[in-house]
Design a protein. Structure first.
Length: 549
């Protein structure tokens, strides 16, 4: 079968599920947008290292290619695609990528480093920036990583002369926890772990690629088939592409107008091995069963161990019970650790954490209410944001949050109430603790919940060409932020000019510059105006630059 026949049969202009990283087909999920925002923030900062990790096929390279479109015009960029090299081989590759001359046949590290330093100083003098991008960085040896760190020692009073972006699989995070690499780890100014697509994003991803390829009618992958695709692909974009491509071939061969479950499962078996789907389904059911047992055990433990549960009126929790912000006393502070309080269940820490968070907003949290915390917040006039992200993202939004933490016993919860430099104050159970960013990274799963105040009439994100009073509100906030008078004859239309201003603000705030005023953009905007409610860190002034701690 020729590809032209396959495309003609489904009225496609081109193959919608090619695994080539074609920017024309770029689909930025929420996770990809946040990853991009972290890379942009890291590049715009003055630090030396930016880290992006994720499982194979999650789209790290796609995000990096998107980043290239937002690189400063004065940037010189070098790529290392195969980093399984010795120290001298890596230095030679860096010289080759930047166009740095060195003696033929040279093996001396000193000569390479001297040549690179001369290049960096010259680039700085000419107003240029040097950026090194290393893919598959989990293949770097400890010696090579240490040499890379030494390259970033060259700096001015304002910034490093070489910035390095490392992309790698999850093992890279484990490597950077080694004691001998602690100096490098401490120099990472932005890091993000990219996960798989959510259920909703898988459907949107497939529809997006089919639309770009010119599919003119109906659904090639009906909802039940997409549901099965989520299970088979685990939300990994590369697997989605390969399975969908093979499924379309199968549907064509069998003369079907759309892909059904049978064709999809058969395609997955051909892609991953004949019994792969059955194996995956069995494992998924087993995992779900184990998770259900764990949840039931925790619920029973809470029922029998904590009858008539009430928020304890002690130390840090006394204010929670009374709807007040708990005071921090230095003799109550437990330094450094985020460990779970002894003899405390995960559900108990969750209720205590939400009690603290709600008290910050001066609203009531009822642990006996069957409605979850977000629903309770919404009924009291506030919005709730539940996401997976990073500490940098939370610092940008500058709002107290409940973080889900992990230890050998499972999950537990803590409220992050304030930040200062590289430390944060947490309420863990009824204990107030001051911990540093590295300790947070050890325990935090990445999941968080925060509360925010939306403008009156808010029902969802504002997009270009939207209309209504909220557009006027957005235009007014942006004008006030810049200290500009309101424009005469303003219209309630999300114009190209407003879109441009939103993008400029998003870049300054370290967000993905998509021009859409979603929850995170509005949170950062109201925080910059100092009218967004409680903050992690009180910031002076109303200029967006203050969004960076």
């Amino acid at each position: 079968m020729s590809l032209s026949m396959y495309k003609e049969y489904f009225d496609l202009k081109e193959n919608p599920f090619s695994i080539a990283p074609d920017p024309h087909y770029l689909y930025l999920s929420e996770g990809h947008r946040e990853a991009l925002a972290h890379l942009v923030y890291g590049i715009n900062s003055d630090g030396g290292f930016v880290l992006l990790t994720g499982e194979v096929g999650t789209g790290k390279t796609t995000v990096c290619r998107c980043l290239l479109d937002q690189m400063p015009e004065n940037a010189d960029i070098a790529f290392i695609l195969n980093p399984k090299l010795t120290v001298d081989e890596l230095l030679a590759s860096i010289c080759d990528e930047f166009g740095i001359a060195y003696p033929e046949g040279n093996k001396s590290v000193k000569v390479f480093v001297s040549a690179i330093n001369d290049f960096l100083l010259s680039a700085h003098t000419r107003g240029r920036r040097a950026i090194l991008i290393i893919e598959e960085a989990q293949n770097l040896s400890v010696d090579v990583l240490e040499q890379i760190r030494l390259l970033t020692n060259l700096e001015t009073n304002q910034r490093k002369l070489l910035q390095i972006i490392m992309l790698g699989q999850p093992e890279l995070r484990d490597m950077l926890e080694k004691p001998e690499l602690r100096q490098l780890s401490q120099r990472i100014t932005a890091r993000y772990h990219l996960g798989p697509l959510t259920r909703e994003e898988v459907s949107a991803y497939v529809s997006h690629r089919l639309s770009i390829a010119g599919y003119p009618r109906g659904q090639l992958f009906p909802p039940p088939v997409l549901k099965r695709l989520i299970r088979l692909s685990k939300g990994i974009p590369r697997l989605i592409n390969v399975i969908c491509d093979r499924a379309l071939v199968g549907a064509f061969v069998e003369g079907k107008e759309r892909v059904d479950k049978k064709t999809l499962v058969k395609a997955a078996r051909e892609v991953r091995g004949r019994n792969a789907p059955r194996w995956f389904a069995r494992k998924a059911y087993q995992a779900a069963f184990v998770a259900l047992i764990v949840v039931l055990c925790l619920a029973l433990a809470a029922l029998y161990l904590l009858p008539g549960f009430k928020l304890p009126v002690t130390a840090g929790a006394r204010g929670v019970a009374q709807g007040e912000t708990p005071a921090i006393k230095t003799d109550q502070v437990t330094p450094v650790t985020l460990n779970r309080p002894l003899s405390t269940t995960g559900s108990a820490t969750r209720d205590l954490a939400y009690g603290v968070l709600f008290s910050k907003w001066q609203i009531a949290y009822d642990p006996k209410d069957r409605r979850d915390a977000c629903e309770q917040a919404k009924r009291q006039g506030l919005q709730c944001l539940e996401e997976t992200g990073s500490l940098i993202g939370l610092k940008q939004m500058n709002k107290p949050a409940v973080l889900k933490l992990i230890d050998e016993k499972g999950e537990y919860y803590s409220a992050m109430t304030s930040i200062k430099a590289d430390t944060a104050i947490f309420m863990v159970g009824d204990e107030t603790r001051i911990v540093d960013d590295k300790e947070i990274a050890k325990r935090w799963s990445g999941d968080y919940t925060l509360i925010w105040r939306a403008p009156a009439g808010y029902t969802g994100e504002l997009k270009p060409k939207s209309r209504g009073p909220l557009v006027l509100w957005l235009d007014e906030q942006l004008s006030r932020l810049k200290g500009q008078p309101l424009k005469a004859g303003r219209k309630p239309v999300y114009s190209d000019e407003i879109t441009k201003e939103v993008k400029e603000f998003q870049i300054t705030a370290g967000l993905t510059p998509d021009g859409i005023a979603g929850a995170k953009t509005i949170i950062c905007l109201t925080d910059a105006m100092d009218n967004g409610g409680p903050q992690l860190e009180k910031r002076k002034g109303d200029h967006p630059d203050v969004l960076h701690p």
